[in-house]
Design a protein around this ligand. Structure first.
Ligand code: TMP
Length: 308
């Protein structure tokens, strides 16, 4: 029946994914897997980036959008202002010559200005819903099965994003039609007034250079739908004792997401979405497993199944 068809499809997709995967040192990977398996799922957590990692880089033939880029404020002047900031600051974000301390200051500046424009331009929750409905954004195949598997095994997933939590949650609602009790989204959270207008951002700003487990403590409380803030496992304690990590990212900087955890074993999985020839060497040295060509998530589903 359906289960069999799904299984067949997964096997086929896993085989396809095989041809798009690079593992620099299979022995090291096997040793890490064995060590993680030995201590069991109670010590495991998954840390994932959102844009370009859980979501596809290409979506129906066009570049997949991010939580920032999909947002249409319903106010053309302010959309243009945010775009202008992107054009100024994004080259600085990826510049190979600016030192990290200086970049951090620039990123704080960028995030502050963008968040300010969202408030000033009168963003509403309805505009978020409409933006997500109109967006080119889609989860990789197998993401829902990955989350379901991890939920069943009580393995927490922390999604770190320097984007916008409220938009990510709306993407979950519209594309997956559900939330997961084992998933925490650590990202920038908005505060709306009774009429649904954005009035402020909660907690400390999370930008590209501080999105890691240090940020869990300073981030705003987790949204109701994704775990009530009364629950004992909220924020740091949710993952504090879990010293084995599967990390999923699409940029070399995503490896920093596990900063703040003194982990024992970490399997880092990278999705190399662009500049493949130029970046493959760096990626395969930094990540234990590299998936190419906008691969589905089935390879990660297989990996975590092997760990539990
Ligand atoms: P992340 O998705 O890897 O967590 O990073 C967020 C990305 O969002 C980062 O590459 C910069 C980008 N960004 C925008 O596109 N527009 C913005 O207004 C801001 C502040 C960031």
């Amino acid at each position: 029946g359906v289960a069999h068809a799904l299984h067949k499809r997964r096997c086929l997709c896993s085989k396809l994914a095989m041809s798009q995967v690079v593992v620099r040192d299979p022995d090291v990977l096997e040793r890490k897997k064995a060590s993680i398996r030995d201590v069991g799922p109670g010590k495991l957590q998954v840390i994932a980036d959102f844009d370009g990692t859980l979501t596809k880089y290409w979506c129906n033939g066009v570049r997949g959008q991010t939580s920032h880029s999909l947002l249409q404020q319903g106010n053309a002047e302010y959309d243009a202002k945010r775009q202008a900031l992107y054009e100024y600051y994004h080259p600085l974000e990826i510049s190979p010559t600016i030192p990290i301390e200086e970049k951090t200051k620039l990123m704080e500046e960028w995030w502050e200005k963008t968040h300010g424009l969202l408030i000033e331009g009168g963003l509403t929750y309805d505009a978020i819903k409409k933006s997500v409905a109109d967006a080119s954004i889609t989860f990789r195949d197998g993401v829902i099965q990955l989350f379901e598997f991890l939920e069943e095994k009580d393995i927490p997933v922390v999604i770190f994003s320097a984007g916008l939590a409220d938009i990510i949650e709306e993407v979950f609602r519209q594309k997956l039609h559900r939330s997961f009790k084992n998933i925490k989204i650590v990202s920038n959270r908005m505060q709306f007034d009774e009429s649904g207008r954005l009035v402020a951002f909660k907690g400390k700003t999370i930008h590209v250079f501080n999105k890691n487990e240090h940020a869990i403590d300073m981030a705003a409380p987790i949204h109701d739908k994704f775990g009530s803030s009364d629950s004992p496992d909220v924020n740091g304690t949710f993952v504090k004792d879990r010293t084995n990590i599967v990390l999923l990212g699409d940029g070399l900087g995503d490896l920093g997401m596990s900063d703040g955890v003194s982990f024992e074993h970490r399997i880092a999985v990278g999705f190399l979405n662009s500049n493949i020839e130029k970046s493959l060497k760096d990626y395969s040295e930094a990540f234990d497993i590299v998936f190419l060509n906008d691969a589905p998530m089935w390879g990660v589903v297989d990996l975590v199944s092997e760990l539990c």
